[in-house]
Design a protein around this ligand. Structure first.
Ligand code: NDP
Length: 234
């Protein structure tokens, strides 16, 4: 059955791969983008997740054009890395506002429709860094581990209505976000990954699609690592 899916930040990177994977599975897929030309083949809605009114308007448009969101993937995220003593309040709060509060805004809005439908799947894209910590990323790591507490609370609040909430925690994935890392840093990270390589966006996407599938109906409040073994034990 074709479902109404929304992937925030589905215009590029991991989000784009997730959107393509749902589309390939036969779902109707909406994506958010902020500027530029969104990819074709999706219901593209302009939306900045830091803006609650824009989130509400995006959902209203999706509900009208493809029905209430049954599968939400909160993927939009940013980094603003620097060492703690140099980190400004703005670098802290903009990362929290986008990655954590932005995910809250879309999950809250999606829950409204899912409660009415009495079914739904919410998947948050976190990071291995949320569990392991990362020097230079106190803002990002805090935002990503915050998603775990949020997902688990939603799992408890919404479970009786057959709504699941889970977290996918990728390790390093080849996208524009990691492209900017210096080569020696990349080699250093790779040396710590048991599988010895970065993930592809498709490898993250297949896990997200599985969490939204019938086969994962009894999985909720889980943190699923897709990190080549980097975070084992967390
Ligand atoms: P990219 O930088 O390639 O893409 C980020 C996406 O988020 C873009 O679609 C961007 O939209 C969107 N976005 C950013 N800020 C906002 C906002 N305020 N409102 C709406 N959309 C926004 O990143 P990745 O694809 O690599 O990352 C996707 C997710 O995966 C993020 O949450 C990231 O933290 C997480 N992740 C990534 C890893 C990696 O190694 N790459 C590892 C672990 C987790 P726009 O095009 O408009 O800027």
């Amino acid at each position: 059955m074709s479902r109404s899916v929304l992937v925030t930040g589905g215009n590029r990177g991991i989000g784009r791969a997730i959107a393509e994977a749902f589309k390939a599975a036969g779902d109707q897929v909406a994506i958010t983008y902020r500027s530029g030309e969104p990819p074709e083949g999706f219901l593209a809605v302009q939306c900045d997740v830091t803006d609650a009114a824009a989130v509400d308007a995006a959902f209203a448009e999706i509900e009208e054009k493809q029905g209430p969101v049954e599968v939400l993937v909160a993927n939009a995220g940013i980094t603003k890395d620097t060492l703690v003593l140099r980190m400004s309040d703005d670098e802290w709060s903009s990362v929290i506002d986008t990655n954590l509060t932005g995910s809250f805004r879309v999950a809250k809005r999606a829950a409204k429709g899912m409660l009415r439908l009495r079914r739904g799947r919410i998947v948050f894209i976190s990071s291995v860094v949320g569990m392991l910590g990362s020097a230079g990323q106190v803002n990002y790591a805090a935002s990503k581990s915050g998603l775990v507490g949020m997902a688990r609370s939603l799992a408890r609040e919404l479970g009786s209505r057959s709504i699941t909430a889970n977290v996918v925690a990728p390790g390093f994935v080849e996208t524009e976000m990691t492209e900017v890392l210096p080569e020696e840093k990349k080699a250093e990270y790779k040396a710590q990954i048991p599988l010895g390589r970065y993930a592809t966006s498709d490898e993250v996407a297949s896990t997200v699609v599985w969490l939204a599938s019938d086969g994962a109906a009894y999985v909720t409040g889980a943190v699923i690592p897709v990190d080549g073994g980097l975070g084992m034990g967390h």
